[in-house]
Every structure is written in structure tokens, then in C-alpha cells.
Design a protein around this ligand. Structure first.
Ligand SMILES: [Cu+2]
Length: 149
């Protein structure tokens, strides 16, 4: 009897560890953060495939929107409204660069890495033009991308 119970308990523990729960992460949209003004925090976020990121309208006047050409091929784009939270589920691996539409010129951009940064080199090349358009914090996105391997 005791042996049976032990075995059952073992199987139950195994079953629980196999079920992986998709996590939910939060990114704040801020007028002023630890690393400057007009920032997403955390600006670089690593998640697993299937996770959800909630972009939180902590301060007003911001949104979160993916940037065409700066997400993995075939990945779903998103476009949040100003002053509103938006939850985005990430099903495709790779690097995603997103912006706050009214403040992209101030380099209010962020990076989500889903699984491995498989498209990092493409993202670095494709984002060069965008980085030139920043009138402030011109090295910000480059610094973010440099933290990835
Ligand atoms: Cu903004």
C-alpha cells in the first residue's frame, strides 16, 4: 500500500512539472524611468514562446505598437491605443522591436525577445534607418540590441 502511494505521488508530481504555464509579463509605459525619459520599462524583455506581455499605460500619452519590418517573419503585428493597456501573446520566436507611436522620434522603443534571438542580425540591419530618425537618445535602440546575443 505504501509503495503504491509513493508511486502515485511520484506520478502526480511528474504530471505537474510537465505542464508548463505560459507566463504573463508587464512592461510599463513611462514619462520617466530609470534609464531616461519616454521609456518602456523593462525596455528589453526576454520571454518564452506562448507568453503574454501586458503593456501598461502607467503614464498617459503612450501606446505600444510593433514596427513593420522589425518583427520576425510571419509574426503577428500589434497596435495599441493611446492611454490603454494592451496584452500581446507571443507565439513566434525571435526579436521584436516596438514603439510608442507619438514618441518614436524620441527613441521611445522597446525590445521583446521570444525564445532565442534568431533574427537579431536582420533586426540590427533593418533598424539602422529607424535609429537615424531619432532626434534624441540616438544610441538607445543600439544599446538595447547590444545586450542580446
Ligand atoms: Cu510615448
Amino acid at each position: 500500500m505504501k509503495k503504491y502511494l509513493t508511486k502515485t505521488l511520484f506520478l502526480v508530481v511528474c504530471a505537474f512539472s510537465v505542464v508548463s504555464h505560459a507566463a504573463e509579463h508587464t512592461v510599463k509605459m513611462l514619462n520617466s524611468g530609470k534609464n531616461g525619459s519616454m521609456v518602456f520599462e523593462p525596455a528589453v524583455l526576454k520571454v518564452s514562446v506562448g507568453d503574454t506581455v501586458k503593456f501598461e499605460a502607467t503614464d498617459g500619452g503612450h501606446n505600444s505598437a510593433s514596427i513593420p519590418g522589425l518583427i520576425p517573419a510571419g509574426a503577428k503585428a500589434w497596435q495599441g491605443n493611446l492611454n490603454q493597456d494592451i496584452a500581446v501573446k507571443f507565439d513566434k520566436e525571435g526579436v521584436y522591436v516596438y514603439q510608442c507611436t507619438p514618441h518614436v522620434v524620441l527613441a521611445m522603443v522597446g525590445v521583446v525577445v521570444v525564445g532565442d534571438a534568431t533574427n537579431l542580425e536582420e533586426i540590427k540591419q533593418s533598424s539602422a534607418q529607424l535609429q537615424k530618425s531619432f532626434v534624441m537618445n540616438q544610441d538607445r535602440l543600439g544599446t538595447y540590441l547590444a545586450t542580446l546575443k
